[in-house]
Design a protein around this ligand. Structure first.
Ligand code: SF4
Length: 289
């Protein structure tokens, strides 16, 4: 398949997709709908966001279910998870917790790492800013990843939960990038508790749905999800909206999750799609198949 570029009309088509998108329908399905009510202050937003994004593996129903199970163990208050006085009970409560390949001992270690971090700092934004001020978003994500990995021994597989874009693996770092989106963007449905990072500098949390549509709309020519792909897609969206490029992430992601996009040429579904003239599956096919 030949790489292609967005059509000149693509910004207008994307804007139409965005403005006509049924946000309320998809919000109910998104993990942020579970995280928002828990985020009553900065600390709770960060704790709910870190655990929520760490658990963001698999389908959205299972992710929301995993977050709800975790919060129920902490009597409905995520702040309890990082309360040093609750550490013994927390370890016991999390012992049998599982979500996909994520285990309770890893989440207990994350809670302990956050608890230690908050003993010295008021916000995880400081960890991000430490790198951000040195070299922008990638460095910021790297120092955030280091803070969450913590120091000393950790359970098997724990460190891999927080990859850095600076590592040779080239991980797309989807979950940590999603966490930063939630914390930075003040626009609904995000939380907007961090004030120092401009929305224009954000990079897209590249899950499989966003990657599929980004590739087919010509925002990247890369067939694999990697940090280089994240850079390309983010840059393409930044050319359309330099102030808030990542606002499109929710719509691109949920177009795939909701089934609005069948990921194949199906006129009965693709017919009303605003970006059909730009879609690789339809390019050059005119108004109908
Ligand atoms: S035209 Fe169809 S396949 Fe292409 S992005 Fe739109 S819904 Fe998806």
């Amino acid at each position: 398949m030949r790489p292609h570029h967005p059509t000149p009309e693509f910004p207008a088509h994307l804007s139409r997709l965005y403005t006509s998108f049924p946000f309320e329908r998809s919000l109910a399905d998104d993990p942020i709908s579970t995280i928002r009510p828990l985020s009553t202050d900065l600390r709770r937003a960060e704790v709910a966001g870190v655990f929520g994004s760490t658990l963001a593996i698999g389908n959205t129903t299972a992710i929301r279910g995993a977050i709800e199970r975790l919060v129920a163990l902490a009597d409905g208050d995520v702040a309890l998870l990082v309360d040093p006085a609750w550490s013994k009970e927390r370890r016991k409560a999390l012992r049998s917790f599982r979500h996909r390949w994520i285990r309770g001992d890893q989440l207990d270690h994350l809670a302990r790492t956050l608890s230690d971090y908050y003993a010295e700092h008021d916000s995880l934004e400081r960890a991000f800013l430490q790198g951000w001020e040195r070299g922008g978003f990638d460095q910021g994500l790297d120092t955030l990843s280091r803070a969450l990995r913590g120091r000393g021994r950790s359970p098997p597989g724990y460190r891999a939960l927080f990859p850095s874009p600076l590592e040779p693996s080239g991980s797309p770092c989807k979950r940590l990038t999603l966490f930063v989106r939630w914390m930075v963007r003040p626009g609904y449905p995000d939380l907007g508790y961090w004030n120092h990072v401009p929305t224009g500098a954000l990079k897209v949390p590249l899950d499989q749905h966003v990657h599929w549509i980004a590739y087919h709309l010509g925002l990247t020519a890369r067939r694999t999800r990697s940090w280089a792909t994240v850079e390309e897609v983010s840059e393409a969206l930044r050319r359309i909206d330099p102030i808030d490029p990542v606002r499109y992430d929710f719509v691109l992601c949920h177009t795939g999750i909701s089934g609005d996009c069948p990921k194949e040429r199906d006129l009965s579904v693709c017919g009303p799609c605003s970006v059909r003239p730009d879609c690789l599956l339809w390019r050059g096919r005119g108004a109908v198949a």
